[in-house]
Ligand binder design. Structure first.
Ligand code: SF4
Ligand code: SF4
Length: 61
């Protein structure tokens, strides 16, 4: 399993990671971008690649 995390201090709410994630793991509401569905994470690291703020980490657990 994989555990994606978003560093709230770094995240600028651009939404790129939400758009790129193939498994709908990430989502955003009016205030911030969140990991909403961690169990579905594939560990593909596309979110890491796309994030301009280097705010995302994906740990294998
Ligand atoms: S590693 Fe892949 S599946 Fe997991 S949150 Fe990032 S984009 Fe989504
Ligand atoms: S791509 Fe990075 S900066 Fe943009 S919403 Fe996702 S975590 Fe935040």
């Amino acid at each position: 399993m994989y555990l994606p995390k978003i560093d709230e201090e770094k995240c600028k709410q651009c939404g790129e990671c939400v758009d790129v994630c193939p498994a709908d793991v990430l989502g955003s509401d009016d205030e911030k971008t969140n990991v909403v569905n961690p169990a579905d994470c594939l560990g593909c690291e596309s979110c890491i690649s796309v994030c301009p703020e280097e705010a995302i980490t994906v740990e294998e657990i």
